[in-house]
Design a protein around this ligand. Structure first.
Ligand code: ADP
Ligand code: MG
Length: 315
């Protein structure tokens, strides 16, 4: 039974103020508190990051939501932590139907260090996992390919190069929607420049790289188009492990080892030797891949023209 005495009113005001969603609290939706993040399972990992599915349930009553939480695998400090903060900032600045949505960050209490990136959870995981063995038809392959181009065109409009476009870095929301994820290698290209030079750290996804990336470490919008071509190849092979780009290209290299691999790969690509046409891949689609793998960056199609070509083939 509530009395209207001043002291009760005071307690009500205090309680409302401290309630997580009280009317007097200015809620920063992007601040996630570690104590409310409950780990459900691992979602996957790449070279640098590890992603887990968590339930964020601040009311602790089962009304929470699923989120994907990314953290550095080993926070080596220094430069690595800076790169990590950049990755978070980039994702924060992106808003597009075909790009995974940023939700917020979780900061370690001690030191205020940002440790986790909170994203929307895409229930079907990476395109690579989704597509292996599941016999999706060519129309669905092209639907996904077109959506990847839409996301890439948007990314480019913000002058970002992705540098790691591959099926493992595309996420699946449902049978009709994919989004680009993993902006760990993304770089901003200043207005007056056309490319970005990056030192190779020996962990680069070389089998997705354009020839000028391998030769001169020059990354541009056109080198992303090359990687899109490889991603398109992965989609049309349904990520069949027997057909995957590292395996196929290595077979074509003969017996190059270690450091020689990149040299041999450059020579192979310069001789216009490319990945083979996936079985059941329409000729026009393979032609698109080949255009993306043109040795001359300026001769490759733009994402805008790829969107149109894919739409035409789909009709
Ligand atoms: P890394 O930078 O280490 O490569 P990624 O961001 O590519 O990390 O994530 C690694 C894997 O985790 C992905 O290939 C995918 O399987 C899974 N994953 C990443 N983000 C999500 C997400 N938002 N929803 C569902 N699965 C995800
Ligand atoms: Mg990745």
């Amino acid at each position: 039974e509530l009395s209207n005495s001043p002291s009760t009113m005071l307690w009500v005001i205090i309680a409302l103020n401290f309630a997580p969603s009280g009317p007097f609290t200015i809620l920063d939706q992007s601040v996630f508190h570690k104590r409310y993040l409950r780990k459900m399972r691992d979602l996957g990992e790449g070279h640098f990051g590890k992603v887990t599915l968590c339930m964020y349930d601040p009311n602790n009553d089962g009304t929470g939501e699923h989120v994907a939480v990314k953290a550095l695998k080993h926070d080596g400090g220094g430069n690595q932590h800076e790169c990590w903060l950049k990755e978070i900032d980039i994702l924060k600045s992106l808003y597009h139907a075909n790009i995974v949505k940023y939700k917020g960050c979780c900061t370690e209490l001690a030191g205020g260090k940002v440790v986790q990136l909170i994203m929307e959870f895409l229930p079907l995981g990476s395109l690579k996992e989704y597509i292996i063995g599941c016999k999706i038809g060519v129309p669905q392959c092209l639907l996904f390919a077109g959506q990847i181009c839409q996301g890439m065109e948007y990314l480019q409009s913000k002058r970002y190069i992705h540098r790691d476009l591959a099926a493992r870095n595309v996420l699946v929301e449902n049978d009709n929607l994919v989004k680009i994820g993993d902006f760990g290698l993304t770089k901003h290209i200043p207005e007056e420049k056309e490319y970005y030079r990056v030192r190779d750290d020996g962990e680069s996804p070389v089998f997705w790289y354009a020839v000028e990336c391998l030769r001169e470490s020059k990354f541009s919008f056109s080198s992303d188009v090359w990687s899109f071509g490889v991603t398109l190849y992965e989609i049309l092979t349904r990520c069949d492990p027997a057909m995957n780009p590292p395996k196929k290209l290595t077979e074509m290299l003969g017996n190059a080892h270690g450091q020689m691999v990149v040299t041999a790969l450059i020579s192979l690509l310069e001789r216009r030797k490319t990945l083979p046409c996936p079985k059941d891949c329409p000729h026009e689609v393979y032609m698109l891949m080949k255009q993306c793998w043109n040795v001359e960056p300026g001769q490759r199609p733009s994402f805008k023209s790829l969107i149109e070509s894919i739409a035409t083939i789909r009709q």
